[in-house]
Ligand binder design. Structure first.
Ligand code: 4AD
Ligand code: MG
Length: 431
């Protein structure tokens, strides 16, 4: 018997096939039993008619519980009303592992219960849809950079110093060499890469000991960070908007079915086309004031502020030139106003907030040294990074896109915890 996946059914209409999977759902009506099978590639309703199968098989179809591992055989029928558009006229049922009392049933469960059972929750149709979208986004990210001459150059995870401020460092003892820290960002290494290879990107897990419980913060998350030599802030913004347009439009085309499963309203995603609006921090502050927010100039934008600013636009908005006092040590100052950093944050629409943070980097040795001192960073640990300004220093820029925030936005979810297989947050490190 031909063994196939549910995703291949279209090629087998009218033929007898076998599929292996798990029992997702079942119902009965008179002499009929409807078993919904899932195999990871899709869902298939298998119809067992009492007159067509042996009494043993008919009994078995009644008895097995949700998530039993089974092998079904039958004839493929096109059935527009069924899930996925096909149905199986089933003739055989082979139980590979009989299961009863599966903890996650079609009824509602509390979020803590689901999170404790994340290893099983991943089997539900919603979670499968999110994981498939996440995977498509990862591939779109790689394709985008690979097709544009970037070289993937992964950064180390154990690092000797902080990149994004010292308040969110995870530290560990490192043999006789003192402390090592889990990386907050691959950027500093990407900069070394850009001066070696011109255009590079890092893509891997990054860590922040975030002490706040929010719907936007994980302690372990994935970040992709392109870095380009001979690029300024404008080039950086051009790259960011082309990149986001590509990701969103690719997912809309290739994961339409999954977005439907999530009941995502895709009209707002369709708008994600270049050019994106570009406003300065000063203009963002004006918008806040016009909307009655008591905002103190110089502060960072909070989540609520970001929502108000992004609600003025129908696509992502790029906010540039923040006060340098609230930005990282490596950002270049604006030559027109040294109080401002040549930084950009991209805010997603619909209240999803910052998904990209980037900047042009300080390329002068003296100014970078001054910043390191101002930020009380250990100069010794940064000597290698300073070398990038001692030997062939050039203007360069890059950004970091948070994968889970991007998945949250594109899927239209209200919390980051469902976008990564096994989320790590301040109050959770299991399963
Ligand atoms: O704005 P951030 O901190 O920028 C950097 O790390 C730069 N070194 C990037 C660069 O220029 N190469 O972080 C970048 C993005 C944020 O916009 C957000 O999407 C995500 O990383 N991010 C988080 N995602 C989930 N949980 C957290 N705790 C996050 N912190 C940042
Ligand atoms: Mg940021």
């Amino acid at each position: 018997m031909q063994k196939i996946y549910i995703s291949e059914l279209a090629n087998y209409v009218g033929q007898e096939i076998t599929i292996q999977g798990w029992l997702y759902n079942k119902r009965s009506s008179g002499k009929l039993r409807f078993l919904v099978l899932r195999d990871g590639s899709g869902y298939l309703q298998c119809v067992y008619f009492k007159g067509n199968v042996t009494p043993e098989i008919f009994d078995l179809s009644d008895k097995i519980g949700q998530e039993s591992a089974i092998e079904v055989t039958g004839k493929v029928k096109a059935e527009p009303r069924a899930v996925g558009g096909y149905e199986l006229d089933a003739t055989h049922l082979n139980v590979l592992h009989e299961t009863h009392d599966y903890p996650i049933t079609p009824k509602d469960h509390g979020i803590e219960f689901l999170m404790d059972n994340r290893h099983l929750w991943l089997r539900s149709s919603r979670q499968v849809a999110i994981m498939r979208i996440r995977h498509r986004i990862v591939k779109a990210i790689r394709d985008f950079f690979d097709d544009r001459g970037f070289t993937l150059m992964d950064a180390p995870i154990l690092t000797p110093a902080a990149c994004e401020g010292t308040s969110t460092l995870f530290e560990t003892e490192y043999f006789d060499l003192g402390k090592a820290y889990l990386t907050q960002s691959g950027q500093l290494y990407a900069e070394a890469g850009a001066l070696a290879l011109g255009k590079v990107y890092t893509f891997g897990p990054t860590f922040r000991a975030e002490k706040s419980k929010t719907r936007r913060h994980l302690t372990e998350f994935w970040m992709v960070e392109p870095e380009v030599a001979f690029a300024d802030l404008n080039d950086d913004m051009d790259l960011a908007e082309e990149f986001l347009e590509y990701i969103v439009q690719t997912v809309l085309t290739d994961r339409a079915e999954e977005l439907k499963t999530l009941e995502r309203d895709t009209t707002k995603l369709q708008n994600v086309k270049r050019p994106f609006p570009r406003i300065s921090y000063d203009e963002a502050v004006e918008i806040l004031k016009k909307n009655g927010v008591e905002f103190e100039y110089g502060n960072d934008l909070g989540a609520a502020d970001e929502t108000i600013v992004s609600n003025q636009f129908d696509r992502p908005v790029m906010v540039h030139r923040y006060p340098s006092a609230i930005k990282a040590f490596y950002m270049k100052r604006d030559p027109e106003n040294p109080n401002l950093a040549l930084a950009v944050d991209v805010l997603a629409p619909e209240g999803y907030g910052e998904i990209i943070g980037g900047s042009q980097r300080e390329d002068s040795l003296d100014l970078l040294l001054a910043r390191i001192k101002e930020h009380n960073l250990p100069q010794k640990a940064f000597e290698w990074y300073l070398d990038l300004r001692r030997f062939g220093s050039v203007p360069h820029a890059g950004f970091g896109l948070g994968l889970e925030r991007t998945v949250t936005w594109i899927c239209g979810l209200d919390h980051l915890r469902e976008t990564i297989p096994f989320p790590r947050m301040i109050y959770r490190n299991t399963p």
